[in-house]
Design a protein around this ligand. Sequence first.
Ligand code: ADP
Ligand code: MG
Length: 462
Amino acid sequence: MDKNNRKKQNVYISEEEKTLNWDEIQSSFSKTFGNEIYTSWLQKISLVKEYNDYLILGVPTRFFRDWIVSRYLDKILELVKSFKLSLNRIEFKIIEENKNSSDLIKIDELNKVTEIKDSILNYNRLNPNLNFDNFIQGKSNDIALSYSKKVCEHISRYNPLYICGGVGLGKTHLLNAIGLELQSENNVMFISAERFMYHFIKSIKKNDMVNFKDFFRKSSVFIIDDIQFIRGKESLQEEFFHTFNSLMDKGSQIIISADRTPMKLDRVQERIKSRLAGGLVVDIDTPDLELKIKIIKKKIIEIENQFKENINLSDDIINYIANETKTSIRELIGILNRVIAFSRVHNKILTISDTKNILKDVFSQIKVITVDKIQNVVSNYFNIPLSEMLSQRRSRPLARPRQIAMFLSKKMTTRSLPEIGRRFANRDHTTVIHAVKTITRLSEQDDEMKKNINQIKSLLLE
Ligand code: ADP
Ligand code: MG
């Protein structure tokens, strides 16, 4: 099946794909992964060679390659794919660091390229790393997990199986696990709705709808990810509806995922919604603390096994990470990777405050800090009424907190000095400058002041 897939995809590749602007892609890496991961890892990736449907990227060492492939490849592929839709795999080539860039260009003979099994991530291909064994059960995914397994035992008993839940909660993982489980005895088709559309459009352009229909309708297990993608796309819905019906008619098992329940899919035809809801609908909820901790511990063991070394993260740190990540398991794993990467790069056993530091900008990106918020937190911290802190009175117990609040407003928001002055009962910007200077000096000289500032900062970032 894989072979067929590949063949089909090659047929669909359009000739007009542009060449990539690697700098642009690098800057999107930096935005997506954050500075720490970017400078430690991704910045060092070079573009060696570009083909229609795949890329060869250069990395400095074998360790580097394995680390990137195991941690970031999915995301890298997804990102680069947003620049080049026809892309479906990435290969890495190890390039010794002392080679200069003119050598890079010469490395284009395909047969010299080391193909790593895992890096050939064909889009329609199942990922062997997303299986039932490493899917961790918790209250939030219990039902979805158990029915996913039941589907594998009794094909077409629950048909279609519809798994819904928010971003990064494990839908694709479950779908992939089902595919892996069933692929030895069935013709499994696993595709995202987006990719389905890509093939659909290409085959219209090539006037090749007959092949398209055959291709998708011959599967005995049809797994389609992120079906919400079809919203608003009428002709795609039409095609999907017929594919769906013809698969159901011949008794194929259908498994679908979406970010919401069938009836909540807007701009999707009613008849499709009722088909989707016609089997079994199960949902995955946001993870509780217990599940998050289990996942972190499991991931640590995986990394230890993979790299044959100890990862030393205290329970405090594990709890901190689990508590701070609220919404998705993908985010949780991303943050864990970031912490582990940092400790590896700096060869250091982290303390809880190291961890907080590493993650400060991750969490503060999510939180918007405003002058209002700073004023509130500071007045609470010093236990003085906000109105007093903003008043014209100059006594030290009021003036210092006021100056601290101004200082933090300058450091932690994007407001200008005059804007900050206005927020502090219409003071002049020179008053703000004076405050910033005073507190900067004091926080260098005075331990008490330094401690206060740090505590207030962490309150703000909490
Ligand atoms: P979704 O498709 O719902 O957006 P994914 O299936 O891509 O989410 O999951 C995001 C990440 O979290 C993946 O790396 C996945 O392996 C991991 N993950 C999600 N749930 C679990 C779980 N219960 N146990 C282990 N890993 C999980
Ligand atoms: Mg997904």
